[in-house]
Design a protein around this ligand. Structure first.
Ligand code: ITT
Length: 193
């Protein structure tokens, strides 16, 4: 639909950017988020809304197309939590380790361990146009953290078809072959070619 070569990245999370860099077409250059754009309050009720808030703030400030990734872990037994509040499950400014502990505690004794990661990847153009896609991976919450790779909830999430390994027990290349983020960015690449 639009042939895009350069995108200003709207996410501030370095761990997500590392995965995105490996997923984008080599012909697409990612430009750093300008420090003049302050932190954007993620107050929308869904991933698309938050992705749009982040990308609009950056494309408005730079006059360039901007790329946002908004991701959440949706756990069936918790009615979809932590969901859009995944970064703040254990409280504002929670660390990854605190969120992992809070999720393990919330899952204590639960038989239904089904969960899914969802990523919305959204590109906002300076004229206000946008394209977005969603990638989903289903799996389950394991009963103790396993693995040291990845970030966030990776030590607790074993994707379906992943030989029982958690994302944190996979290399970046393995995670990027089957993750929510790779599904989203694969679909986005087709739209931007
Ligand atoms: P930005 O707002 O700067 O994009 P963020 O960390 O707030 O960064 P998200 O709202 O998209 O990003 O993600 C919410 C949380 O979900 C994030 O802090 C991680 O704890 C977790 N998360 C996101 N992607 C993940 C992944 O691939 N594996 C494990 N956890 C992930």
């Amino acid at each position: 639909m639009k042939h895009v070569r350069r995108l200003v990245v709207a996410t501030a999370n370095r761990d997500k950017i590392t995965e995105i860099e490996a997923l984008l077409d080599p012909g697409v250059e990612l430009l750093e988020r300008p420090s003049s754009v302050g932190e954007v309050e993620e107050e929308a009720p869904d991933l698309i809304g938050n992705a749009r808030l982040k990308a609009s703030a950056v494309s408005d400030a730079t006059g360039q197309p901007s790329l946002a990734d908004d991701t959440g872990l949706f756990v069936a037994a918790l009615g979809g939590k932590p969901g859009v509040r995944s970064s703040r499950f254990a409280g504002d400014a929670a660390t990854y380790a605190e969120n992992v502990s809070a999720l393990l505690a919330a899952m204590d004794g639960r038989v239904d361990r089904r969960a899914e990661f969802r990523t919305v990847a959204l590109v906002r153009f300076p004229d206000g146009g946008e394209v977005w896609v969603q990638g989903v991976v289903r799996g389950e919450i394991v009963d103790r953290p396993r693995g040291a790779a990845g970030f966030g909830y990776d030590p607790l999430f074993a994707p379906d078809g992943g030989r029982g390994l958690t994302f944190a027990e996979m290399t970046l290349v393995e995670k990027n072959r089957c993750s929510h983020r790779s599904a989203a960015f694969g679909a986005l690449a087709v739209l931007l070619r």
